[in-house]
Design a binder for this molecule. Structure first.
Ligand code: PEP
Ligand code: MG
Length: 662
């Protein structure tokens, strides 16, 4: 028997991928292999047991081997544990998963024309009274629906008869194999890497999961009841760990248990990734992550019971030019029953199962909208100037590289807001510096010499990400989010700042901080940027110092804009949050939509103060909240002194037209 102590050097410790790779390597040897961390011990050939052991980078562990090939095993495993990049496949640093781009023509229409055409429609016979929700993304849609309502699964019985055990074990085995194959296919279709499937398959095959389910079946449990119960227990064990990477495995386990249970119950799960033809998606709720994983090209409209005009779902729908009505006050049952739907995203009116007349009416109006959209194309290369000679930049709000083409096609004069959250959400672990650098530098190069304003991570509120554990908070929108979280987590923030500094060497990168409240936050970020710059220069890595700006989205920042302005290069007003905080109205609460008014005198006064402070300090002021694209707000914002408007690509041409005619 051999025993060796070692300090683990694997980056981030033995979380999912390294644990899977380590267990795979251990299985190549016939000797028994165990790892001790403190007083707890795990079989080194079980990835799940290793994950549950929670070994972190720089932990000291003891490796025990017993058998004929023990010396070879110890040598190879020690080598693995002392290698920082062990267990990270090349694919992890490879190309970012690409999401399909969709351009819905109907989203680009002139709003007044849509209102006019809606009025026309009203004057024609509109048979049924529509339901009303929150208009969240402009455009009209009419067509077949795809109902996305994942159900809570329940086993049909709890226990079985003794003579059913064999059959239940066989059923579980078959369901299990099918679920793993389906998982493989699903990840392939959305371009995820093999090592994720491998890690999930390993968890599923472990004694802790499939072994425990089989034990339960043998003691008289129904296969589906056993699978659900074991899935819950195992995911609770992962959730209780103090490592956030391992905590996020809890979802994987629940996901596997769900897939196996669905097979056992002979049911299919609804998945937006499987949308095979253009449909209007009806859902109770849809997370930004669900949306990111969907076949967006096949979503021609979105109707949701939850959500509001400035929820991130609405922002993503607008970014992709998908008409949407959110916050629709109906029961889930109504969605389940619908076969077709017609709606307009300007007024938030929704008709379930529209009459043939109404369908024909929608078809005609959608064709008209396409025509109007095509006519706006003449503004693509226009740099709009108001009649009194003010040049107004119209820039794009983007959330991923897949939206670049749409923005360039629409004539975006730069990127006024790149939300980096999606980069952190659409995955299972935090992206490292190199992955971020790849994305930021591609963005900067695509728009060069135009400026790209990249916002540092703004998570928390309604935007949690896998890999960061957020505390339970009574008021998450007033909580640990944006720059507050980043300043507390230099391990998350510094890789992003370093990636931004490096990308700034390749393009016109500006860095923007979200949720700033106080001067001290800006000064602390500046100090971190200086640290990062020093580190990069010491290691001989190319970098440039980007312009630094802040979002003005808290009343504190608006009221002290004159004190903050001397420390930054630009302001960008985040009207989505500024309105919510000035008005004390939750931006995602559809019941308060009428009070959520960016044109309220209180919000207008706050913005006026910001513009005055920017002017005095000689810095630029943009608006990157959703109000920047609203036709009735554009003249108001320009009147207040704003000199850049940043919006979804689908609204750019219309904004250029409006500004040119002011
Ligand atoms: C805003 O608050 O206006 C904004 C642009 O940021 P987000 O919508 O991402 O919170
Ligand atoms: Mg905001």
């Amino acid at each position: 028997m051999l025993e060796t102590a070692i300090v683990v050097k694997v980056n981030e410790g033995l979380h999912a991928r390294p644990a899977t790779q380590f267990a795979k390597l251990a299985k190549e040897f016939s000797c028994s292999l165990q790892i001790f961390r403190g007083t707890t011990c795990a079989d080194a050939k079980s990835a799940v047991k290793l994950m549950l052991l929670g070994v972190k980078q720089d932990d000291q562990i003891l490796l025990r081997a017993d058998g004929s090939d023990e010396s070879d095993a110890v040598r190879r495993l020690l080598q693995f544990l002392s290698e920082p990049s062990a267990g990270v496949s090349l694919a992890r640093h490879g190309a970012k998963d690409e999401l399909p781009v969709v351009k819905a023509e109907s989203a680009n229409e002139d709003v007044s024309d849509v209102l006019a055409s809606n009025a026309d429609a009203n004057s024609k016979a509109v048979p049924e009274p529509p339901l009303r929700g929150v208009p969240a993304s402009e455009g009209l849609a009419c067509g077949e629906v795809f109902v996305y309502l994942p159900e809570e699964l329940r086993a049909t019985r709890q226990f079985i008869e003794p003579d059913e055990v064999e059959q239940e074990l066989a059923r579980f085995g078959a369901a299990f194999r099918e679920a793993i194959a389906a998982l493989d296919q699903q990840f392939e279709s959305i371009g995820q890497h093999d090592d994720i499937v491998e890690a999930l398959a390993d968890v599923a095959q472990s004694d802790e999961f499939s072994g425990a389910v089989k034990d339960r079946i043998m003691s008289g449990w129904d296969a589906a009841a056993a699978t659900l119960q074991v899935g819950e227990e195992l995911s609770a064990a992962f959730l209780a760990m103090d490592d956030e990477y391992l905590q996020s495995r809890a979802d994987d386990i629940r996901g596997i248990a769900r897939q196996v249970t669905l097979k056992l119950l002979g049911r299919d799960d609804v998945s937006l990734a499987s949308l095979s033809r253009p449909c209007i998606v009806l859902a109770a709720d849809l997370s930004a992550l669900d949306f990111a994983r969907a076949r967006v090209a096949n979503i021609v409209g979105l109707v949701c019971i939850k959500g509001s005009a400035t929820s991130h779902l609405a922002i993503m729908a607008r970014a992709h030019g998908i008409p949407a009505v959110l916050g629709l006050p109906v029961a889930e049952e109504r969605l389940r029953e619908a076969a077709m739907v017609a709606f307009d995203g300007v007024q938030g009116r929704v008709w379930f199962d529209p009459s043939p007349e109404l369908q024909a009416d929608f078809a005609a109006r959608i064709a008209q909208d396409r025509h109007r959209h095509a006519a706006l194309g003449v503004y693509r290369d226009v740099a709009p100037v108001t009649r009194d000679g003010r040049r107004i930049a119209i820039a794009a709000n983007l959330g991923s590289l897949t939206e670049i083409d749409a923005a360039l096609e629409a004539g975006a004069m730069g990127v006024g807001l790149f939300r980096t959250e999606l980069l952190f959400m659409d995955r299972r672990t935090l992206p490292d510096e190199n992955e971020q650098y790849d994305v930021y530098s591609q963005l900067a190069q695509a728009f060069y010499p135009r400026a790209v304003v990249i916002r540092t991570l703004d998570v928390g509120g309604d935007k949690p990400v896998p890999g960061i554990v957020f505390p339970e908070e009574d008021n998450p929108f007033l909580g640990w989010r944006g720059v507050r979280m980043c300043l507390d987590r230099p391990d998350v923030f510094k890789p992003q700042l370093r990636a931004l500094l490096r990308a700034a060497a390749l393009g016109n990168v500006h860095v923007m901080l979200p949720m700033v409240d106080d001067l001290d936050e800006i000064l602390r970020v500046k100090a971190l940027l200086a640290d990062c710059a020093r580190e990069l220069s010491e290691q001989g890595t190319a970098y440039a110092l980007p312009k630094l700006g802040i979002m003005i989205e808290t009343p504190a920042a608006a009221l002290t804009a004159d004190l903050l302005a001397p420390e930054v290069d630009f302001f960008s007003i985040g009207t989505n949050d500024l309105t919510q905080y000035v008005m004390a109205v939750d931006r995602v609460n559809p019941n308060l939509a009428a009070l959520y008014r960016t044109d309220h005198p209180a919000v207008l006064r706050a913005m006026g103060m910001v513009c005055a402070a920017a002017k005095k300090a000689g810095i630029g002021v943009a608006v990157c909240g959703e109000a920047a694209a609203r036709p009735e707000m554009i003249p108001v914002l320009i009147g207040l002194g704003v000199d850049e408007l940043s919006m979804s690509p689908s609204s750019i041409l219309r904004a250029k037209k409006i500004v040119s005619e002011l």
